[in-house]
Structures are given as structure tokens and as C-alpha cells.
Design a protein around this ligand. Structure first.
Ligand SMILES: NC(=O)c1ccc[n+]([C@@H]2O[C@H](COP(=O)([O-])OP(=O)(O)OC[C@H]3O[C@@H](n4cnc5c(N)ncnc54)[C@H](O)[C@@H]3O)[C@@H](O)[C@H]2O)c1
Length: 309
């Protein structure tokens, strides 16, 4: 979607952090903004910023895990701004869970519902509306660099974020020729309220915040690292928003933020390549199962230039 002006964006988790950065960047492009977030007080806090700038905005309190509420939120968005063109499935939580075998099922369900199932809720509720009006559009879902390279102690986070990548890579093929694009956003570290809101939401859903994560391994690793100001390496959500808007306009399948992770991804890809048995592929098999052996959507991803602030 190249021209965003006067189009409408429905952004979940937009009352804070990356979602807010994306909402601001979309507003600067002239879009109408729906801020859909679980926390009404956070929505109330950010609305004035949009109004002061003359950016069309409407806040909707929405828990993205509630399917009926999602339909009502989409109806409300359309009643305010008309057709929706951009869906950003961004609401999510994050946590260093520790050992998955010691994690309770209530935490597993809580996490999967918010970080995985809600993405499907968003797609099922909003995408048919975008396809129906025929004016074109785009869907972005927020994964993480953990979807590319898993971090220890984060089975739920890593696996739900990898699943979000699979959803969007498949959606991109399924949407070919419809005028609706799909991107997966895999950010590295940004300064947001993720820890705070995750604890708040766990308290609301399960009665208490997460117990503190075991940081002993991280502390040990830091002993051998160069000195740096805590927080100085995380980037601003505004920058994340600009990068997402650039990715939407370019039609990027993958919207990545940190070149620092390229090496880790290359190690991952090389390990998988080495794991294929050293056997000669059967050409007939490859032709018969061509859809299984190559995904043409990857050819659409061109080299992303350096980001200019
Ligand atoms: N901050 C980072 O460094 C980072 C890195 C990679 C990926 N991410 C991902 O970015 C996304 C946004 O997180 P953030 O870092 O901006 O955190 P944040 O806490 O600042 O913002 C997340 C927003 O989502 C909302 N939210 C959470 N659960 C919701 C629900 N069920 N329904 C509706 N709204 C809900 C919260 O209320 C909050 O306003 C998440 O999916 C997170 O996993 C963040």
C-alpha cells in the first residue's frame, strides 16, 4: 500500500510502546487512526497527543482475545471512519518465563491467547472487511527478533513469535493478487512499557504479576561485556513506527530493525541447511511438489536500504 493518505488504520496495543509509535507514524502519513487497547486509562492518556496535532483518531477499549468484542470494535471503527485499510496486530506481552516444564498451564494458555490466537482473531475479524471493500490494504503483525533467533528461558515468547512469522508468510501467499499486502514486523529491543504492562495484564487475568525472572545467567554474561548505560541501546518506538510505515509502503514481507541480528539469523539458516541429508534431490519430486519446495513470496523481498532518521 503506497499511498496511506485518508486511509484508516486499526492498530492493536496502540496505547503504548511500538503500537503508539506505529500509530503516530501512520497519522503523520494522513491516516485515520483507531487505537485499540486493553487499557482504557492508557488510551485516554494518548488521545490528546493526536488531537493536538490534528490527527484523526478514535480510541476503542478492546481485549484482542475477546472475539465478540473484536467484531463490535471493527463495527465501531467503520462507523467512525468508514472502510478499514490497514490492520496492525501488535498487542502482545513479553516475559522471561524460566523453565517451560515448570510453567503452569494457566500461564501457557494466557500467553498463547494474547500472543498467538489474538493475531488470528484480528485477521478473521478485519481482513474480510478489507478484501470486501476492494480499495486495497495491508496487514502487519508484530513478531520479534526472538521469532528469528530464540532466547533461552523464553519458550512461549519465542514460539508464539515464530508462529506469527509463519502466519504472515502464509498470508502473504494467500493474499497474492488481491491488492492486500502482508508483512511481519520483527523488532529488536525498543524502549517500551512491555514489562510493566505484561505484569499488569497477568495480574488482571491470573491474579498476580509474573514472579521475578532469574537474571543470574544474564548478570554473568554481562561481566564480560563492554560497559554501557542501561537503556541506552534500546531505540525509540517512534523510530519503530517510521520503519513499519516504510515497510508497508515498500511492500516488505519482513520488516526488521536491527542489522546486528543478521549474523544470528545466518547461523540459524546455515544450521538448517547443514541438517539436510547430503543426498541428490529427485528432480521429478521437486516438480510434482513444487509448492512444497519453494515459496515464490520470498522473491518479492528486495534489499532494504539503511534507515535515515
Ligand atoms: N519492546 C520491545 O523491545 C519489543 C521487541 C520485540 C517485539 N515486541 C513486541 O511488540 C509488541 C508491542 O509491545 P511493546 O513493547 O510496545 O509493549 P507495551 O507494553 O509498551 O505495549 C503493548 C500494548 O499492548 C496492549 N495489550 C496487551 N495485551 C492486550 C490485549 N489482550 N488486548 C488489547 N491490548 C493489549 C497493552 O495494554 C499495551 O498498551 C508486542 O507484541 C511485543 O511482544 C516488543
Amino acid at each position: 500500500m503506497k499511498d496511506l493518505k485518508n486511509k484508516t488504520a486499526f492498530i492493536t496495543g496502540a496505547a503504548s510502546g511500538l503500537g503508539l509509535g506505529i500509530a503516530k507514524a501512520c497519522a503523520k502519513e494522513g491516516m485515520n487512526i483507531i487505537i485499540a487497547d486493553f487499557r482504557q486509562e492508557a488510551i485516554d492518556e494518548v488521545l490528546p497527543l493526536f488531537k493536538e496535532n490534528g490527527w484523526p483518531v478514535h480510541g476503542i477499549r478492546l481485549d484482542v482475545t475477546d472475539r465478540e468484542a473484536y467484531v463490535r470494535a471493527a463495527d465501531e471503527a467503520e462507523a467512525v471512519f468508514g472502510n478499514i485499510h490497514l490492520l496492525v496486530n501488535n498487542a502482545g506481552i513479553g516475559h522471561t518465563e524460566g523453565k517451560i516444564w515448570e510453567t503452569g498451564y494457566e500461564d501457557i494458555d494466557f500467553f498463547i491467547n494474547i500472543n498467538y490466537t489474538s493475531i488470528l482473531n484480528g485477521i478473521k475479524t478485519i481482513l474480510p472487511r478489507i478484501l470486501k471493500h476492494g480499495e486495497g490494504g495491508h496487514v502487519v503483525s508484530t513478531s520479534s527478533k526472538n521469532g528469528l533467533i530464540p532466547l533461552s528461558g523464553m519458550v512461549l515468547y519465542n514460539s508464539t513469535k515464530r508462529a506469527v512469522m509463519a502466519i504472515m508468510e502464509t498470508l502473504a501467499i494467500d493474499l497474492e493478487g488481491t491488492g492486500v499486502g502482508a508483512s511481519v514486523f520483527c523488532p529488536g529491543p525498543f524502549q517500551t512499557n512491555l514489562g510493566k504492562t505484561t505484569d499488569e495484564l497477568r495480574k488482571k487475568h491470573l491474579g498476580s504479576p509474573y514472579p521475578p525472572a532469574d537474571m543470574s545467567r544474564m548478570r554473568k554474561m554481562r561481566e564480560n561485556m563492554p560497559k554501557f548505560e542501561p537503556g541506552s541501546l534500546e531505540r525509540s518506538p517512534d523510530e519503530a513506527g517510521e520503519r513499519v510505515v516504510r515497510g508497508i509502503k515498500r511492500g516488505d514481507l519482513f520488516i526488521l530493525t536491527h542489522a546486528e541480528w543478521k549474523k544470528g539469523w545466518e547461523a540459524h539458516a546455515a544450521a538448517v541447511t547443514r541438517a539436510f541429508p547430503d543426498e541428490v534431490p529427485n528432480e521429478v519430486f521437486m516438480q510434482v511438489f513444487s509448492r512444497n519446495v519453494a515459496n515464490p513470496i520470498y522473491d518479492t523481498q528486495t534489499q532494504v536500504p539503511a534507515f535515515k532518521k
